[in-house]
Design a protein around this ligand. Structure first.
Ligand SMILES: *Cc1c(COP(=O)(O)O)cnc(C)c1O
Length: 372
């Protein structure tokens, strides 16, 4: 049998290996010059300063902390996401209010967002790499902060503006299946200096080192103090060096992902049993997922057919509130019908930069054989 294709995977080449080994041979393993360099390299892509952290989940936790999310607050959240977008808000003590997505892009529907005096954050997700409609979300955010979970969309733009400059806070993941990788890793980006400073501090135990801000500034040269609890979410130098190297390759990743998506479209567009992803004219996505919809209740059968053929398809995602942890809190099925209908039909075909045309054609042939 042919080798099993994953639905996503990293691309690591000799330039990445060289960047990492150079740091391993140097003086710094954790917080050193490669951290600042990676944050600056990322800022050049996002148009706003960045704080590197240990995962996309850590980035969400940091972002909600920076936004001041706590007990009694509400966070409006898209359900069509990996559970971490909602879980991190719940971990801060907030009540998560799920709002439905748009049928075309599967991103948070501005018309479904209802804020109250308690809403602290409106959290959108750039599903599959397609930016949400941040212009429309700006008009409904009220007094809340707008957060972009951009785990899928680093390198993309909306109306010519880069992902990272579209919301008050943006979070990234650099997990191996994402658009670039540091192994585990993530970042928080914000143009607001106060939010950024709070994010930086939460990443490093909440430690206050600037004497001007300390309560006991005359304690001695060694002194640092904590005003609000934080965690250790520091991304090490070694991984930041990999991140900078991967960012240099992001234009090539973006182009290859677009070419694979186009090849799928050319090979599958005539099949009446499938609905293929589209993009808005305002969006220039980096496609993280190639998320098709399988019509007439045949998603599970196609999933099993492709898996049996050694093709590692995936389903992204079960609506976040279907997880038992939310069901046990009283969230009921039926809450977000557009997201639920999409989940019932969704299938992610393999998509990653090192996928060769012959593999794409093998996937297309296997899908066509299923519908034949
Ligand atoms: C991957 C992902 C996360 C979590 O990122 P990790 O780096 O795996 O912690 C959060 N949100 C979305 C939408 C993701 O795809």
């Amino acid at each position: 049998m042919a080798e099993v294709l994953p639905y996503g995977r990293q691309s690591v080449d000799e330039s990445d290996v060289a960047a990492v080994t150079a740091v391993l041979r140097g003086d710094w393993l954790t917080t050193g010059p490669a951290v600042e360099r990676f944050e600056a390299d990322l800022a050049a892509w996002t148009g706003a300063p960045a704080v590197a952290v240990t995962s996309g989940t850590a980035a969400l936790h940091v972002a909600y902390a920076a936004a001041g999310v706590g007990q009694g607050d509400e966070v409006v959240c898209s359900p069509m996401t990996f559970v971490a977008t909602a879980a991190c808000a719940a971990l801060r003590g907030a009540r998560v209010v799920f709002a439905d997505v748009e049928d075309e892009t599967l991103t948070l529907d501005p018309a479904a967002v209802a804020t109250t005096a308690r809403t602290r954050v409106v959290a959108a997700v750039d599903y599959a790499g397609h930016p949400a409609d941040y212009d429309a979300l700006r008009r409904v955010q009220g007094d809340a902060l707008l957060l972009a979970d951009a785990a899928h969309s680093v390198g993309g733009t909306w109306r010519g503006r880069p992902v990272g400059s579209l919301a008050d806070l943006t979070t990234f993941s650099f997990f191996p299946t994402k658009n670039l990788t540091t192994g585990e890793g993530g970042a928080v980006v914000s143009a607001d200096p106060a939010l950024l400073a709070r994010a930086r501090r939460f990443r490093n135990h909440g430690l206050v080192r600037d004497r001007a801000e300390q309560r006991f500034p005359d304690e001695g040269g060694w002194h640092q103090e904590v005003h609000e609890f934080g965690l250790n979410y520091r991304l090490p130098d070694v991984l930041c060096a990999l991140g900078s190297s991967q960012l240099r390759r992001l234009p090539a990743f973006k182009a290859r992902r677009a070419a694979v998506a186009e090849r799928y479209r050319d090979g599958l567009a005539d099949l009446p049993g499938l609905r293929l992803p589209t993009r808005r004219p305002e969006a220039d996505p980096v496609w993280h997922l190639y998320a098709v919809r399988v019509l007439e209740g045949r998603r599970r059968a196609l999933y099993d057919h492709l898996r049996a053929a050694g093709i590692g398809v995936q389903v992204n995602y079960i609506p976040a509130y279907w997880h038992p942890v939310f069901a046990d809190l009283g969230y009921r099925r039926g809450l977000c019908p557009v997201a639920e209908r999409f989940y019932a039909e969704q299938l992610s075909l393999p998509l990653f930069p090192d996928l060769v045309d012959a593999d794409v054609d093998r996937v297309i042939a296997a899908v066509r054989a299923f519908f034949a």
